[in-house]
Ligand binder design. Sequence first.
Ligand code: AMP
Ligand code: GLY
Length: 424
Amino acid sequence: MRLLVVGGGGREHALVWKINQSPLVEKIYCAPGNPGISELAEQVAIDAEDLEELLHFAEEQKIDLTVVGPEAPLVAGITDLFASRGLAVFGPNQKAAQMEGSKVFAKEFLRKYGIPTANFRVFESFDSAYYYLKNTDFPIVIKADGLAAGKGVTVAQNREQAFMALQQIMQEKKFGAAGERVVIEDCLYGEEVSVLVLTDGKDYLLLPDAQDHKAALEGDRGPNTGGMGAYSPAPVFSEELKKNVEEKIIKPVLKGLQNEGITYRGVLYAGLMITDAGPLVLELNGRFGDPETQVILPRIVSDIVPLLIACAGGVLKGHTLEIAPDYCACVVLASQGYPGAYKKGFLIEGLENFSAHTNPLVFQAGTKEKNGQVFTAGGRVLGVTAWDINLKGTLEKVYEAVDKINFKGKHFRRDIGYRALKRF
Ligand code: AMP
Ligand code: GLY
């Protein structure tokens, strides 16, 4: 089989790494890929959002399955476009991807089907939202409706922070049209868990659960990022909670989608807050998490390719998933300043210690190659990943590897997994 993976970050590196282990696969392309991915797949110089060029490439190269990493091409309708030409895609169609593409759509859907989520209100004008914020209690959470690369959410501790966030979203249009509407919702407290399922819209397979660390700084302080590290499994996610989430969240979401006439095929990612009152949905995404994927895929024993094909083709029933009992952890090495402004172009040293066949290994994200050397080229640069029989040993392995890699401005959190470690 010939596969095309769309995207070029750490998540896509992990996807290519796992897909490459399948005996069914003869060739993998990745558009645009990154230098790390090129160890396993042929890099194709097409942007992940250039749907027409991707289609042209997939037809020309007779691609059997396209696996879409990031949300933007899904929300732009890559699945519909490819399907109209008879090409198989793993990833929800445009209608289904609204679950992630519009927080207003997702929240109204959750409310309609009685799926637990924070109480919220939707505002379509700055004035009405401003008036509401003037009279409400704090903290409160303000979210831009559309895609904002994980940066459209502010947990405002006071009125001043709330006004600033609202102003950036609705007046300065920091996220463009994504900020035409805002959701303002109650602030929830607890531990976050990422629960992902593979689904063909009817049946589903629960992937290993994971916990991401979104805040930039240790102790979960500082601004939210796309994710500074993750681990799997998340010990907070007990068997009882898992059952509760399947019954109260996953199944009702899939049923609700069917009821709306939406065929959802791909990965459904529920970002949950485990509160004293039980699990509540923070967000729904139509793609694999980043960096959750980097810790989920190494724990999957089964060949993932038949599962991706079955989801895309609507025939998941009867498939099973074998998961290893190991722990897996990933620490993101970011550029100094991320998620704000940062410099790039710094030489990365130490990568020669790792390959696709080592444990620990390094999933590359914001990197560029020049004359055989790898340089920083993004906010999240690398995801150092390892797995082992217990979490403590796994984290020690990861941090030993982290210390072998250097670049100017290397920023990372030393405390990935700290909440889970306290539970042992
Ligand atoms: P979202 O993209 O909606 O998941 O929001 C990104 C991050 O903001 C989440 O992973 C949480 O860390 C935080 N967040 C979102 N909604 C809430 C909420 N209602 N209460 C507390 N934190 C939240
Ligand atoms: N790690 C958070 C996300 O992928 O949305």
